[in-house]
Design a protein around this ligand. Structure first.
Ligand code: PBG
Length: 338
């Protein structure tokens, strides 16, 4: 008995995944994740040099903005629909000390910038890092004693730093220092001073990463790092369960949202955190990740805009509510032109 074909032409395959992909309108119908400008947070480097944009050698296309020009870039972000900006100061070297006192000077660069932005653009959110590295002559996020970054003494300085930033108008405090107990201490300090509405976005899972290199160049904190490395407070890239413990702790201490940093090499961590906690979760697509794509595009190895959009949607797919990224303006321009 002759057997006919088991898979007659026209019937096989029954499921054709390509049907939904055939037309652009159809691809849009089945799209699972969408990046909007509301998902973007723009980091801005601030400098004390008046009237200019300073190039950052390791981050082509990104500048340090003097505070008299800061409202321009914030206005651009605002008009593109970006809800918030994250500020990072490049503190003049003569103001950096071992105790990082400049961190809680109410007239430091960051506090002045916040006041200027709040005046010119009151309806954009301002996020400020809390960590001592921009102000510390040792280059560390905390105070160094006998070669060690000391935890509890650092926290006292961080609380003071958070307070001057909030008093200047900062909306979201983002502790990026990885000291133990800092979220709870900052929450208490803010609540005791009448700022119980100020949000905390903790850099809960921050890894000790090579991808921060260009950032340290941007705020001029590289080259220092006295004593031990940041490995004694930032996380080991080999660990994943530990990130869940960090996040659980920060939530119990009062974090309103959490950040994972860097972004791309840690998409699995983002996924686990979002699945476990369901808390507003953000990724920091850090300076080294920016540099990777930027240098690759500059040498024509990849198509810049497409690579950016593909990168950013990966964060949404992994479960992020938003991404802090040096591509924010570029991506928002693309989104707005669609
Ligand atoms: C410091 C801080 C760092 C970054 C943000 N906040 C650097 C570090 O921990 O050494 C890096 C961001 C980037 O690379 O874009 N507290």
């Amino acid at each position: 008995m002759s057997r006919g074909p088991t898979t007659p032409v026209g019937k096989y395959p029954q499921t054709r995944m390509r049907r939904n992909r055939r037309h652009e309108w159809s691809r849009r119908m089945v799209r699972e994740n969408i990046l909007s400008s509301s998902d973007l947070i723009l980091p801005i480097f601030i400098s004390n040099e008046m009237g200019k944009l300073e190039k950052i050698d390791s981050m082509p296309g990104i500048f340090r903005h003097s505070i008299d020009l800061i409202s321009d870039i914030v206005g651009e972000a605002k008009s593109l629909g970006i809800p918030s900006v994250a500020l990072f100061p490049a503190t003049p070297p003569e103001l950096k000390t071992p105790m990082a006192e400049e961190a809680y000077n109410p007239n430091n660069l960051i506090c002045r910038a916040i006041r200027i932005i709040k005046e010119s653009h009151p309806d954009i959110g301002i996020i400020c890092d809390v960590a001592l590295d921009p102000f510390n002559s040792d280059g560390h996020d905390g105070i160094v004693r006998d070669g060690h970054v000391v935890n509890d003494e650092t926290i006292e300085a961080l609380c003071r730093q958070a307070l001057v930033q909030v008093e200047s108008g900062c909306d979201i405090i983002a502790p990026s220092d990885m000291m133990d107990g800092r979220v709870g201490a900052i929450r208490e300090t803010l609540d005791n001073s009448g700022y119980n509405h100020t949000q905390i976005m903790s850099y809960a899972a921050k890894y000790s990463s090579a991808f921060y290199g260009p950032f340290r160049d941007a705020i001029d904190s590289s080259g220092f790092l006295a004593g031990e490395t940041k490995d004694t407070y930032q996380m080991d890239p080999a660990n994943s369960d530990e990130a869940l413990r960090e996040v659980a702790l920060d939530i119990s201490e009062g974090a309103d949202m959490v950040m994972i940093k860097p972004g791309l090499p840690y998409l699995d961590i983002i996924w686990r955190i979002k699945e476990n906690f369901g808390i507003p979760t953000f990724a920091y697509n850090v300076s080294g990740e920016y540099a990777m794509l930027r240098y690759a595009a500059d040498s024509n190895a990849i198509e810049y805009t497409k690579a950016i959009m593909e990168t950013l949607i990966s964060f949404k797919r992994a479960g992020c509510n938003g991404v802090l990224t040096y591509f924010a303006l570029e991506a928002a321009r693309v989104i707005n032109s669609q």
